[in-house]
Design a protein around this ligand. Structure first.
Ligand code: SF4
Ligand code: SF4
Length: 402
């Protein structure tokens, strides 16, 4: 394979697009600086025991905001993937990420854990305990995962759309299948209303993206193989409502290196892509000021820009805005916000300030990824801003139910 970092000419165009460089001003926290470090690691000029190298690579969000602005076409994400795999093979993982990724590897662990968290969230205590300290922010993330839209009602059953439509297997995932079941429900209803036939497929598990980001390719491959076995041949499309899962599902061909995985990957769509392809059908008016924030793994990794905006524009009366930096990482980045809370919060601060300063103040922030929903939601709660964060399909579903 050709070196994905080789085309770098060190021009520095990527620096202003990098949230960690903007937060620290340190060249080693920039894409250009990290490329120098990654190439030194590859050439054995620096070893995996080099503390500064590890620190600066660990501090990378993997948001890939540096890719679209690069005039030389450097495949930064592929380079980072290889560097993290090298570090993992040489050193394994420190105890905290090892424990967290171990949970996501076993459904017998993550399902009861997140199901209990959902029950705790329902008591209202998570919202009552939210704040800006480490525990308070964690509680804010949990509370934000169940945020209700203004004037939320009890859902009615879905109305079937016109036409026979294609079949769609819903990718359930782990966090989405426990803390964000309401988004799965909205996904199913909005797709059905737009003429798709949504199928439930057994035997799926976590997509493996968190393991792949951490360099644990073996665990990512194991999880991906289970998903391919469960989903291959199941439907015309595999749909996901999590940008992070979608980015890896679409890359299963590369990860597993076989034709069955590549065929499945070619069928994967973000829910906004399928809805935009179908129209989507307009719903009832929603008089809301909605600010859209683009998840990095939808915008930069999947290169899906317009589809979520088409979903929101199908809602009459909804006033849509793109705030400055809407395409910049919020600091969530999978389990990054748990492992690097200081940098994650520094990156988030800019986004919260932009939302707070917006005129008019948004009544809802919309974004299509669980980590972003929780991170931005917790940031708004910690700042005392009563602005719910919702998935775009939740808003479309609400419009259809109106
Ligand atoms: S990654 Fe691209 S934009 Fe950044 S320094 Fe290298 S060539 Fe320039
Ligand atoms: S992936 Fe994101 S955090 Fe990492 S170097 Fe690129 S822009 Fe910066």
């Amino acid at each position: 394979m050709t070196d994905p970092l080789q085309p770098c000419v060190h021009c520095g165009f990527c620096l202003p697009a990098c949230p960690t460089y903007l937060a620290t001003g340190d060249e080693s926290d920039s894409p250009r600086g990290r490329i120098v470090l990654m190439r030194a690691l590859e050439r054995h000029e620096l070893g995996p025991e080099d503390a500064a190298l590890v620190q600066h690579l660990d501090a990378c969000l993997g948001c890939r905001g540096c890719e679209p602005v690069c005039p030389s076409g450097v495949a930064y994400g592929r380079g980072l993937e290889a560097a993290r795999e090298r570090l993992f093979q040489a050193r394994g993982l420190p105890p905290l990420p090892r424990a967290v990724l171990g949970v996501f590897r076993r459904e017998s662990l993550w399902r009861p854990l997140f199901t209990a968290a959902r029950a705790f969230r329902a008591t209202g205590m998570a919202k009552a305990m939210c704040g800006s300290g480490r525990l308070g922010f964690g509680m804010g993330m949990l509370a934000a995962s169940g945020a209700s839209l203004p004037g939320e009602q009890v859902p009615r059953s879905s109305r079937d759309g016109a036409g026979t439509g294609a079949t769609v297997a819903l990718f359930r995932g782990c966090v989405m299948d426990t803390l964000f079941r309401h988004v799965h429900d909205a996904t199913r209803r909005t797709l059905e209303y737009n003429g798709y036939r949504v199928l439930e497929v057994e035997g799926q598990t976590c997509c493996g993206a968190l393991h792949e980001h951490g360099g644990d390719r073996g665990a990512a491959v194991e999880l991906a193989r289970r998903n391919v076995a469960a989903l291959a041949g199941s439907a015309d499309y595999v749909v996901t409502n999590s940008a992070g899962c979608g980015a890896l599902l679409k890359d299963y061909g590369h990860l597993l290196g076989d034709e069955e995985a590549a065929a499945l990957a070619a069928k994967v769509r973000d829910v906004s892509e399928l809805l935009a392809e179908a129209g989507p059908r307009p719903g009832a008016p929603l008089e809301l000021d909605v600010a859209y924030d683009a998840p990095c793994h939808l915008q930069h990794a999947q290169r899906v820009h317009e589809a979520p905006l088409a979903v929101l524009r199908a809602i009459p009366g909804l006033r849509l805005s793109l705030l400055p930096g809407f395409d910049r990482c919020c600091g969530s980045a999978g389990i990054y916000s748990v492992l690097n809370p200081g940098m994650a919060r520094a990156v988030l601060a800019a986004k919260i300030e932009t939302i707070a300063a917006a005129e008019p103040r948004p009544s809802v922030v919309a974004t299509g990824n669980p980590g972003c929903l929780m991170q931005i939601g917790a940031g708004l709660l910690a700042a005392g801003l009563d602005i719910p964060v919702a998935h775009p399909v939740e808003l479309l579903d609400r419009s259809y139910r109106g």
